[in-house]
Design a binder for this molecule. Structure first.
Ligand code: FAD
Ligand code: FES
Length: 261
């Protein structure tokens, strides 16, 4: 169950030019959050305050009662968030959404992340009981690369790709998945990233009959199912199409259920 909470920030760090890490002390979120879930943060006051900003729960320290958020500064809300200091209070609603399915039977998994989509996968790797965990991370260029040590510690292998070739392989992270998908026989592929990346992964998984869960980064308003800003088209069992709400029906979906335009 999600709750409206006022929690204290225990750390603020700059991770790259435009990405910040915030650690929040919250017994409730750290005890109740599942990988793939997010919190909705009130960043601003006035009219802007009505729209909270959804940020994925990146990792949780249940023993300390803390969780980490990583976010990129994009507009007014995240700019204000980046200006928060240790000791400030954060107004959050969470944990929200339906996260990843971590069935105990998934022994060989792939975690594929692109850009800010890598963040929820760290929590996923922490909680997954799989014996083989292959991580594939994609970035635009070397300046955006982060969390390699953290992913390396939680994965049996880690590979990176950058679009300009300035770090890791040159190209898209989806190329790495496509190269390995047959030989690795993954029980489940987990992915989060920009829309074109998820569309490509969905295509690759479909072509090879692989199971895949994707976390959608949809534009959101309320974050709890009331406004329909986050509508996304999906297939029903009989092949017809209908809209679902990414914030409450997702953000994680089976890739074969999502209708990509
Ligand atoms: C489930 C989910 C998890 C996310 N997790 C992360 C994360 O871990 N780290 C991270 O850096 N970013 C994440 N995002 C994207 C992040 O929510 C947006 O970058 C942020 O809301 C932009 O707010 P802004 O005020 O800075 O920008 P503005 O563009 O000024 O935002 C204006 C409004 O649009 C909404 N909005 C804008 N872009 C997005 C977007 N991409 N997704 C959803 N709403 C948007 C905002 O909530 C706000 O209401 C996530 C998005 C979703 C849906
Ligand atoms: S953001 Fe309001 S219904 Fe999803």
């Amino acid at each position: 169950m999600s709750k409206l909470l006022k929690e204290v920030i225990t750390r603020v760090e700059r991770a790259t030019d435009s990405i910040f890490r915030i650690t929040v002390a919250s017994e409730y979120i750290s005890a109740n959050a599942a990988p793939g879930q997010f919190v909705n943060i009130k960043c601003c006051d006035g009219a802007q305050a009505l729209l909270r900003r959804p940020i994925s729960i990146c990792s949780v320290d249940r023993s300390k009662g803390e969780f980490d958020l990583y976010f990129q500064v994009k507009g007014a809300g995240t700019e204000i968030l980046a200006g928060k200091k240790r000791g400030d209070t954060l107004d959050i609603l969470g944990p929200l959404g339906r996260g990843f399915d971590l069935d105990i039977g998934y022994r060989r998994i792939a975690a594929v992340g692109g850009g800010i989509g890598i963040f929820p996968l760290l929590f996923l790797l922490d909680e997954s009981k799989a014996v083989v965990k292959r991580s594939y991370l994609g970035f635009r260029s070397s300046g955006q690369v982060l969390l390699l040590e953290e992913f390396g510690e939680r994965s049996t292998s880690l590979e990176t790709a950058t679009e300009d070739g300035s770090f890791g392989s040159k190209g898209f992270v989806t190329d790495l998945l496509e190269r390995d998908i047959i030989s690795e026989e993954f029980d489940m592929i987990y992915a989060c990233g920009p829309y074109p990346m998820l569309r490509k992964i969905s295509e690759i998984a479909g072509k090879h009959g692989a199971r895949c869960q994707i976390s959608m980064e949809q534009r959101m308003g309320c974050g709890f199912g009331a406004c329909l800003t986050c509508a996304c088209m999906t297939y029903t069992d009989d092949g017809s199409r209908h809209y679902v709400r990414v914030c409450s029906d997702g953000p994680v979906f089976n890739s074969e259920d999502v209708v990509f335009e």
